[in-house]
Design a protein around this ligand. Structure first.
Ligand SMILES: *[C@@H]1O[C@H](CO)[C@@H](O)[C@H](O)[C@H]1NC(C)=O
Length: 350
């Protein structure tokens, strides 16, 4: 059974763990044969992806390392949510299951992972870690923005290249399927890539007489990935449920009063499973044992998080920084003080 519905979902495999953790030093000695062995052993890749993997083993390595960042971003965005994106490390098969349904959560995972690939690649290009790309070559010579003229300098993150590769690699999986689900995934992959582009900013350095800024050198830089994560989380909240026409040719909003989904919207067509209870079929881990906030009424509050099952409270010791003193010059030194805190965790199903 294929549990790896998205192109980059090979992160779910042991091969990928091996790829990210051990390859660094030995990579260069692997040669063609090594990359072939590696690419053939990553489960869930379609033919086109295996070809790209063999042709660009270094790029695969970058994508693998960047995976940690977007998985971490996903966890951050959903830390106070019944579905907390945390199933990757614990049981990858479960995470795979979540993706088998075209739910809102799967939409987010597709978007954030596709965004993450773009981000990791663009950064790797501009930092000189890849032979196949470098700074954006089109950012040369004079230019201008709202503040006046400037000249391109430094190293602009090469977004176009990263988007192209991500498109070729990540989308290859969906292009091989050609059904309604694939159509939805393609849309969300693209929305993720657009979200990275949105937070591309112009950074400048001033030159000129006593910092007058009469001369500026600027470059395009990707903003912190958190901004992309926040953006996609908002899109998740406003995700549009769609109905797919039976020939897989397109989709429209499922309800007449919904707006037509735009290119930046996340779309889904199946309802989310009940994340309250553990269910192997749907990939839900349930919320038993999850930490919750006793005073909050929101999604991270015990009421919502524990789905009405109640919670246990335990007193645990933590240490916190205290009695901080300023030392001339220039350090602040603190002591570690013991602290008792109440930890609330949701009761499991009975
Ligand atoms: C719990 O929720 C309250 C109200 O929303 C908030 O003020 C508080 O900071 C939260 N506590 C923790 C530990 O997150």
């Amino acid at each position: 059974m294929n549990l790896l519905p998205s192109g980059i979902c090979f992160y779910l495999s042991v091969a990928m763990c091996w790829l990210t953790s051990e390859v660094d030093a030995s990579w260069w000695y692997m040669g063609t044969l090594g990359s072939q062995v590696m690419c053939d052993n990553i489960p869930g890749l379609v033919t086109k992806q295996r070809q790209l993997c063999r042709q660009h083993p270094r790029v695969m390595q970058v994508i693998g390392a960047g995976m940690e960042d977007w998985v971490e971003e996903c966890r951050h965005q959903f830390r106070a949510h019944r579905w907390n994106c945390a199933t990757v490390a614990r049981d990858h098969r479960l995470f795979g299951r979540v993706l088998l349904r075209s739910s809102r959560e799967a939409a987010f995972v597709h978007a954030v992972s596709s965004a993450g690939v773009v981000y990791a690649l663009a950064r790797a290009c501009s930092s000189g870690r890849l032979d196949s790309c470098s700074c954006d070559p089109s950012k040369k010579g004079p230019s201008a923005d709202g503040h006046g003229a400037f000249s391109w300098g430094g190293c602009s993150d090469h977004l176009e290249h990263a988007v192209r590769f991500s498109q070729a690699f990540v989308d290859a999986k969906e292009r091989a399927e050609r059904d309604a689900r694939a159509l939805i995934n393609l849309h969300n992959n693209r929305a993720g890539r657009k979200a990275v582009k949105r937070y591309m900013t112009l950074e400048c350095k001033c030159h000129g007489v006593s910092g007058s800024c009469s001369l500026r050198t600027c470059w395009q830089a990707l903003a912190d990935f958190r901004l992309t994560g926040d953006h996609l989380r908002r899109r998740y909240n406003g995700a549009v449920q769609v109905a797919v026409d039976q020939y897989g040719g397109g989709f429209t909003a499922a309800h007449a009063h919904f707006k037509r989904p735009g290119k930046n919207d996340l779309v889904y067509f199946e309802d989310s499973p009940d994340y309250c209870v553990r269910n192997h079929e749907s990939g839900s881990l349930g919320t038993g044992g999850r930490a919750c906030n006793r005073t909050s009424r929101g999604s991270g509050g015990c009421e919502v998080m524990c789905c009405g099952r109640g919670y246990d409270t335990s007193r645990v010791s933590r240490t916190a920084k205290c009695e901080c003193k300023f030392h001339w010059c220039c350090a602040v030194r603190c002591q570690d003080c013991p602290l008792q805190v109440d930890l609330h965790t949701c009761k499991g199903q009975t």
